[in-house]
Structures are given as structure tokens and as C-alpha cells.
Design a protein around this ligand. Structure first.
Ligand code: NAP
Length: 294
């Protein structure tokens, strides 16, 4: 019998894609988040986490729960620490007791600079804000667990939360508005479309991979170039994108987020998508959802 996969944060951008992919693969899946009545940031002990997880008898737990709004992490650093750092610590302890494998979804929000670079798993990190500090603390705690696969990643996709568009949803809205909008030329990332990320994540789990692995697009490009790829893939007007540097001031953000995916590709035995393949998958995902909604 195939045992249940529990997705912490199953209502999020990546979480929804994971739930979809698990169902597609015929695997029983349960999403856990505040929407299902569980505030994971309030779990203060291994017993409290076990009380949530053990009744579900998971064969795998994927932690994709996070506060991805950077400003919210600054406003409430304790909450960010509880969710991003304490929870992986509790998951480590729970996995030690149960032997159940688990995946910690980390971030690429660790690198700043003036060049587009592909950072490998050993590259020195820079922790520019509370989001990065709390996620990095969680990543370090997760790596101590011999049952954990810890993935640095970057995802784009449709999330469908009213009033809180994801980056890709905002780009598509902006392109469709017909009004010019800013596309930064000095902020780079190797984003995967959420479905591509979910599929590759589950494939990596199947290989038995453990420890820290970058899971991203094989190519890192600027936000402006990514917007242009998406516009082209969707048949929208690339001239609306005003290519410019990021504005100065405000919350300090990491900007050169590219990840080197050599290890993931070797482990998977296949290439990960380039930027054009990511844009095409994203355009297809938008089209499919809009067809369903129509
Ligand atoms: N999106 C990106 O570009 C990106 C880039 C790099 C890394 N990542 C990482 O990828 C993972 C998934 O990100 P995402 O973009 O899918 O995030 P998201 O769309 O913001 O979703 C976050 C999820 O976490 C849940 N959540 C938040 N606070 C919670 C709490 N206190 N208790 C229980 N659940 C809580 C949310 O559900 P409820 O609201 O129902 O609680 C939601 O399901 C995260 O680890 C993130 O750090 C994302």
C-alpha cells in the first residue's frame, strides 16, 4: 500500500502544485495549513507536532509552509522564526523518532551582487532580512536530520489567492493591462514553474536523495528577461516592460538568486528546464486554468 504524503503549506503556490502532482501520480496526499485548522507556527514541542502528524501516518512529509511576504517577516520576526526555523527543528526530531523521510523546502534568497551567477550548494550566503535569516536557520536545522532532503529553490506560478497575486500573476495582469511596468535588469533568478518544481521534487525523493540540493531552472535570467519570455510565450506585448535597475531604499532584498543545479541534474539523470521551457510551462498553466474557469 502507498502511504500518505503530507504537504505542510498545501494551499500555497508550490503546495497546490505538489498536491496536484501527488494526485496525478495516484498517491494519497493531505494538505496541512491554517486553512485546514493547523497553525504550524504555534507548535512548540515535538509532542505537539506528533499529535498533528501521527494520526495521518505519513510515509513522507514535505514542508512547503512559509511566510513568503518579506515585509511580514520584518513585522513579526518571532512568527517567521517559529515557522521557518522552529518547525524544521521539530520535524527533525519527529523524523528521528519515526524514521519517516521529509523534505524541507528552503529558499534561494541568500545571494546579493552585481552579476548574474549560478550559486552551488557551498556558495557563501548573505542574510539580508528576516525572511532569509529565519529560512537559513531552518535549513541548517533540517540538514542535521539524516532523513531530510533540503531543497533550495525558486518557484513561479498561478496561486489563485484573491488580492494577493503571485509574481507571475502580477506580471500577467500587468501585461494584460496594456500599461507599461517596470522590469528589473539587475535582479536574477533561476525560477521553475511550480508544476515542474513539484514533479522534479518528487522524482528527487524517489532517488533517495538526502542533504542540501539546489532544485531550480538550469538557467538564471533577469526579472526583465523573464517577463519578456513569459510575454512571448503568452503572445503578449513585450514592449510594455520598462527595463530598469531596481529602485534604491526600502527593505534589503537578495538579488542574484541563480542556483547551480548540477547536483540535482546528476541525481535525476536529466536536465532541468531552461528559462524558455519554464515560461512555456507557465503560459500553459495560465491557459489551462483560464479554460477551466471559462
Ligand atoms: N515563491 C517563491 O518564489 C519561492 C522562492 C524561493 C523559495 N520558496 C519557498 O518555497 C516554499 C513554498 O513557497 P510558496 O511560494 O508556495 O508559498 P506561499 O504561496 O506563500 O504559501 C505558503 C503556504 O504556507 C502556509 N502557511 C503560512 N503560514 C502558516 C502557518 N502559520 N501555519 C500553517 N501554514 C502556514 C499557507 O497556508 P495558510 O495560509 O492556509 O496557512 C500556504 O499554504 C516555501 O518554503 C518558500 O520559502 C518560494
Amino acid at each position: 500500500m502507498v502511504s500518505t504524503v503530507v504537504v505542510l503549506g498545501g494551499r500555497g503556490l508550490l503546495g497546490q502544485a505538489l498536491m496536484h502532482e501527488l494526485v496525478r501520480r495516484g498517491l494519497p496526499a493531505v494538505a496541512v495549513s491554517r486553512a485546514t485548522g493547523v497553525d504550524l507556527s504555534r507548535l512548540g514541542s515535538p509532542q505537539a507536532l506528533a499529535a498533528e502528524l501521527n494520526p495521518l501516518a505519513p510515509g513522507l512529509v514535505i514542508n512547503a509552509a512559509a511566510i513568503t511576504e518579506l515585509a511580514a517577516c520584518e513585522r513579526d520576526p518571532d512568527q517567521a522564526c517559529a515557522l521557518h526555523a522552529r518547525l524544521p527543528g521539530l520535524l527533525s526530531a519527529w523524523a528521528r523518532d519515526t524514521g519517516v523521510p521529509w523534505v524541507q523546502v528552503s529558499t534561494d534568497h541568500y545571494f546579493c551582487g552585481t552579476e548574474n551567477r549560478l550559486h552551488d550548494e557551498q556558495a557563501p550566503v548573505m542574510l539580508m532580512n528576516q525572511y532569509a535569516r529565519s529560512k537559513y536557520a531552518g535549513e541548517r536545522l533540517a540538514i542535521l536530520s539524516r532523513h531530510a532532503l533540503v531543497l533550495r529553490t525558486n518557484v513561479v506560478g498561478r496561486r489563485g489567492w484573491a488580492g494577493q497575486p503571485s509574481f507571475a500573476e502580477w506580471v500577467v495582469q500587468s501585461l494584460r493591462s496594456g500599461q507599461p511596468f517596470a522590469g528589473y535588469v539587475d535582479s536574477w533568478a533561476s525560477s521553475l514553474e511550480a508544476g515542474q518544481c513539484a514533479s522534479a521534487l518528487l522524482d528527487l525523493v524517489d532517488t533517495g536523495a538526502r542533504g542540501l540540493v539546489n532544485l531550480a531552472s538550469a538557467e538564471s535570467i533577469s526579472k526583465a528577461d523573464f517577463m519578456a519570455e513569459l510575454a512571448t510565450a503568452m503572445g503578449l506585448d513585450t514592449r510594455l516592460i520598462e527595463r530598469q535597475p531596481r529602485p534604491q531604499g526600502g527593505l534589503t532584498r537578495a538579488n542574484t538568486l541563480g542556483l547551480n543545479v548540477r547536483c540535482a541534474q546528476a541525481q535525476l539523470g536529466r536536465a532541468l528546464p531552461d528559462a524558455q521551457q519554464v515560461a512555456l510551462a507557465l503560459a500553459a498553466a495560465f491557459k489551462e486554468t483560464e479554460l477551466v474557469a471559462a
